[in-house]
Design a protein around this ligand. Sequence first.
Ligand code: HAM
Length: 423
Amino acid sequence: MSPTAPARGTKDLLPDDAPAWRWLHDIHASVAAAHGYQLIDTPVFEATDLFARGVGSGTDVVDKEMYTFTDRGGRSLTLRPEGTAPVLRAVLGGHLEQRWRPVRVHYAMSMFRYDRPQAGRQRQFHQVGIECIGDRDPCYDAEVIEVAWRFMTGLRIEGIALQVNTLGDREERLRYREALLAYYNPLRDSLCEDCRRRLDVNPLRLLDCTRDEQYVEGAPLLGDALGPASRDYFAAVLSHLDDAGIPYTRNQRLVRGLDYYAHTAFEFWHTSLAGAQNALGGGGRYDGLAAEIGFPATPGVGYALGTERLLIVAAAQDRAPSAELPAQLVVCSAPGGDMRQARELASRLRERITVVADLSERRLERKLREADRLGARLALLVGLDEGLVLRNLRTSHQQGLSGERVIEAVADELRRPADEAAP
Ligand code: HAM
């Protein structure tokens, strides 16, 4: 592994990409906050058991994709592969549910999965998400979906398909599992290697296979295994979505890659993301997770969306803001000139515009060339014999100024179209 390249499956966020990054996070935080969700953040690593018990062994995430290591104290730790188990641990560990219920939190965090890197799939990636913890009512399932929907509407991304399903409760899923095994077991020898493994460890994931699609078609439906209580709950979620005007497709084949879901499960798909990476995000209800990780039973529902995938789609649709130039104006001190005055003018101007101060000993011509490269429109030359000079770097027009007139003259220049000379 070369020390001069980022580790496989990881990426740097370089300044040209930062405006799009900030744009996405600002919109997510403000849509979530407008619905009463508060910011939360959790440590990058956790006890391995949190994920082994929470996400579930038998899932690809736990069995194949975790970055697990032993620290110097002999503890087994794992870089978080997802945020729901850690956020639930933080909320219940901090007794937030004793203040109000449900607790509404949102997050933007990096996640780690040892996946095969390709477009839209990395080993370190990022998610924005929300969790609504402490109460169980179909209105919360719909609220969570609505926040995700409003967020993506805020990004002005088009072509998102919401897929919803219900996975029922534990008994119903066990019943369904039996039906699936009865259907798939006679087919075992013709299944792909992955599906043969799934048949033994996590039969629901058989529905997710793209290679054995022809068998998925004929598989029994989860809906047929549901009792009236689960059907009613799901019907109520859908009716809330109808009221909110959110279009969805009921997809009985939708299963999620993490084990903690019961009842509502959903995903947001986008056609421009290829194949197995077509999910922009997903989520659902996880009422059993709290007990699984050692807390009193507490219901919850939430979603997470992949930041990198959202940005791929936003860029393809030309929605994300492009690179920004670092400065509108550069204050250039003449070598040997008055630094104090240059500093003082730069800080006054920064109350209104972006300003770089070049107080180095380089020659003035070099400072001007550099200011032009930064994309600045103006340079303020300080410390020349003739006093202050404001130079328009597009037109090369210059004007001499007194200290009192600087703010006004700069504002005048910036108001004018970039290449129009001053009168
Ligand atoms: P997830 O479906 O495993 O759910 O991940 C959510 C999203 O994270 C995916 O749809 C995808 O956009 C992004 N993602 C996952 N893996 C990668 C990767 N290797 N590279 C790039 N992006 C990736 C969860 O993580 C649940 N915690 C969601 C949730 C929240 N459920 C309830 N609350």
